[in-house]
Ligand binder design. Structure first.
Ligand code: PSV
Ligand code: MN
Length: 406
């Protein structure tokens, strides 16, 4: 039945001139990093509902992440957050990850949960607090060295709640000073990914509020500094794919934190609210890769696709599976865009033809294609079903309700 579905799909795409061998190869190379904190308990400021079977330590988070990778073949690395994943011996965590077929991905510093940081971390008026914040960032570079991680992912909660509360330009200078010191500590193979967010936890101004500010720091620092786009960190209506195209063109797109938002930084499952936006992001990325320019291709090949979500009311592992499968689906659909068709329509000024050439790819059902790709890789055709039937959820229930938060 489903083989017939794939034969039909193949026929349909070949008739459109789509190179399915290339599509399949691209899909087999897609990698999505999952975040350790996505396996822990989480909630809002109103309530954290503790779930049964949640990991009790960083080692168990990796065990859960390994399930997601084993079933999808998509998620060989796991991002860590320090101090949420602080351990005495990072080589132990690293070999535990490796024994599960995983590597340790981006190291995320945490400059938002210490008492001292109430009025800022690297932008605090007190030099001793700025020092403490920089030392934490340097500690994260060292952890990246020990864990074999390439990326330090920087997100800062720094900002103010009221006009006059802070000196905006002094804070900008302090931030640059901090970044410069951390940048100098990077090994040549490491990258500093600078994430921005337009509000929250600060509500009047955020020191790193948008892609332009992150880009400005990255430009000043050098080629190892790039911008990280968290899809939940923009005002309503922002054209994220335009930001993506621009950053690729400037070779400054380092990675993504994928999630969905409805109103704010809601951390919902990626692709659950706005799958077309995700598809259009991949369209820009794949278009840049297809244009035959080495610099663009290198930038695209180094993009770190990462999930950044907290699953507050849904079971953690199925939520992560849903997330990475949603990313894979939109990635596959974008691969069906016929770039020549779009280009020809653009050149003729055929507005509706161009729009149609893009949208049509989104409207194909890629389920038969994904089944075929998974089968060729020896993976279950339906990873979610395979997980629900695996008995893993019953086994981890023995962990009880003592799981960690984030
Ligand atoms: C902040 O909202 C953020 O997106 C940053 O990436 C953090 O590291 C992550 O969420 C987890 O709090
Ligand atoms: Mn993020």
């Amino acid at each position: 039945m489903s083989d017939r579905a794939y034969a039909l799909f193949e026929e349909q795409q070949q008739a459109r001139g789509i190179d399915l061998a290339f599509v399949k190869k691209s899909l087999s190379e897609l990698k999505i990093e999952t975040p350790s904190w996505g396996y822990g308990n989480s909630g809002t400021r109103f309530k954290v509902f503790k779930q049964t079977g949640v990991p009790r330590n960083p080692f168990e988070k990796f065990e859960d992440a390994a399930q997601v990778h084993q079933l999808t073949g998509l998620c060989p690395s796991v991002a860590i957050h320090i101090p949420w994943d602080k351990v005495e011996d990072y080589s132990k965590l690293r070999s535990h990850a490796e024994s599960l077929g995983l590597t340790i991905g981006a190291v995320n510093p945490n400059l938002f949960q210490e008492e001292e940081y109430m009025l800022g971390s690297v932008t605090h008026t007190d030099p001793a607090i700025r020092r403490k914040a920089i030392d934490h960032l340097l500690e994260c570079v060292e952890i990246a060295r020990l864990t074999g991680s390439r990326d330090i992912s920087l997100w800062l909660a720094d900002g103010t709640n009221y006009p006059g509360q802070g000196h905006l330009r002094k804070r900008k200078a302090w931030m640059l000073e901090a970044f410069e010191e951390v940048y100098k500590a990077l090994d040549p193979s490491m990258r500093m990914l600078i994430e921005y967010k337009f509000f929250e936890p600060a509500f009047y101004h955020t020191d790193l509020a948008d892609w332009g500010m992150a880009y400005n720091y990255a430009l000043k620092l050098g080629s190892q500094a790039q911008v990280l786009v968290d899809t939940g960190h923009h005002p309503q209506g922002t054209n994220i794919e335009h930001i993506v195209a621009l950053l690729i063109d400037e070779q400054k797109l380092g990675g993504f934190h994928f999630n969905s938002r409805k109103y704010a930084d809601d951390d919902l499952i990626v692709g659950s609210v706005n799958p077309y936006e995700l598809f259009l992001i991949f369209y820009q990325i794949q278009l840049a890769a297809a244009e035959g320019n080495d610099a663009l291709r290198d930038t695209v090949n180094s993009i770190a696709y990462m999930i950044d979500q907290s699953h507050n009311i849904e079971p953690k592992i199925p939520a992560m599976l849903r997330s990475v499968l949603n990313v894979q689906t939109q990635y596959a659909k974008a691969l069906l865009i016929h770039h020549d068709e779009v280009r020809q329509a653009q050149e003729k000024g055929d507005v509706l033809g161009a729009e149609d050439a893009v949208r049509r790819a989104f409207e194909f059902d890629v389920t038969p294609l994904l089944h075929a790709v998974r089968e060729e890789q020896g993976l279950p055709r339906d990873p979610m079903k395979a997980y629900l039937e695996s008995g893993y959820a019953d086994r981890i229930a023995a962990r009880g309700k003592d799981g960690v938060s984030w």
